[in-house]
Structure formats: C-alpha cells, structure tokens
Design a protein around this ligand. Sequence first.
Ligand SMILES: [Zn+2]
Ligand SMILES: [Zn+2]
Length: 273
Amino acid sequence: MRNENAEGESGLGLRLTVLGTRGSAPVCGPEYAEFGGSTSCYLVEAGNHAIILDAGTGMLRAPVAFPDPPAIILSHWHLDHVLGLGMYARLSKAGAKTNLYVPASSDQEGRKMLDGVYGPPYWPLVLDGYGGTLHVHAMPQELRIGSVSITSMEGNHPGGCLVLRIAYKGKSIVYATDYEHDQLSFERLAAFARGADLILYDAQYADDEYDTYCGFGHSTSGKGVELLRASGAQRGLLVHHDPTSTDEVLRRRERDLACDAVRFAREGEVILL
Ligand SMILES: [Zn+2]
Ligand SMILES: [Zn+2]
C-alpha cells in the first residue's frame, strides 16, 4: 500500500466525468456527435483528490488546475490509452506536479517504458523535458490517496490490462476497460466488482459480432448487463466504443439492452455518486 498526499476532504462523494470513451483509435464527424470520438480518459474526483483513468485523446479536455496534484493511472500501454498524455497542458505548466501510475514492476521500468512511447523518433520531447514535474510510479496493488483507496486486479487482454476499483466514503467505481470475458475472467471480475455503485465495462462489440472478434481482448454489451446482475452493482456504463460504431449504432444497441441501469458512455457526461 502506498500513501499519497495529506487529506483534502469535502462532503461530496465520487464525481465521474467522461472525457473520452472511444476504443482503438479516435474518430470525428457529425455521426459521432453524441457519444464522442476521443479515446479513453475519465476524471474521477473525490474531495480534493483527482484521479484520471487512462490518458487517451480525451486527456486534451482534462482540467489543468486541481487543489492537489492529480494521479493519472494507465490501465495498460496500448496507444489509445496513452496518446493524449504528451498534449496534456498541465505537464508543461511550471511548478505543477503530476503523479503518473503505470503498469510496471518498478518505477524505473515504468519510466523506461514511458520514454519508449514519448521521445524521438516518435515524439519530439521526452516527458522529462516539459516545464512541470511528472513523477512516474509503478502502480501498486493498492494505492491510497488521502481516504481514496484504489485497488487493482489483472484483467484479460493481450499484453495485460489493470482493472481498477476506486472507493471513497462508501462509494465505489470499477473501471474494466479492454477486458475480454471467458467463464473464469467473468467470474473473477464479478467478484472484484461486487456491490460497486458504478461499473465501466468494455463493450466494444455487439453480442452477434463476438464470434468474429473472439481473442481480440474486448467484450460485449450483453455481457455488461450480465456483469451488473452477477456483481450486484448498481449501474453500468459501457465504454471503449468501436471506431465504426456511430451514434445511430450505439443508440440502437442501447435500446436493445432493455436495461435502464446500463447505458453507453457519452463524452462530456458527469455522473455523481
Ligand atoms: Zn483500448
Ligand atoms: Zn488495449
């Protein structure tokens, strides 16, 4: 367990802002106006503490100023989850401190992996060359930031992906992006997500597409509904929309779920728990 920061508490519970929810690659155009085209990035606020889940292109809309230094947590290293980090304005702000937690066996390995993504010839600067201060940490199994607890579990995805559970003042959010269900992984996730107030779940594919994409490391909307029931969680938000899924497609898939507690995430929406 690792402790970060002094307390900065307020009476509010968790507040989630969807900054980007597209999977695999960003898209734009009028056919994506409702659900959005930016890749994975979610802001969770708990009192004075801010946790940013993934650094996809949605990161470009993330706030720069926070009461306490924010913690960005990468679920994994796939580019759709990392692509926004180099353009996050806070990293260039002189004197601003940001903590970045990454899946790695040590802080040094995490830094090395980051430099492999951000640095020549792929990017003009290493992230150390920005004006702010970026502290890179290997993500521990449990991280404490004030009275926010963030626990992690290894998911089921090519190359690995962390599933995260954020708990604060009796409320909890589970973030299970880039997750493929099989019987064992589904049961493990249902146990990890037991009783959560909100689950964000990978539903890149429709149920009738799954045979084609089995083994790609993603799940379906129907499994999202099953997960809600199996875990006893309150609400489900389906994420990691396929780049080919237009607003029309996602609206139809949402109607077909016939479950009021589960919907597809829309970029810009805010959920208070
Ligand atoms: Zn992804
Ligand atoms: Zn991935």
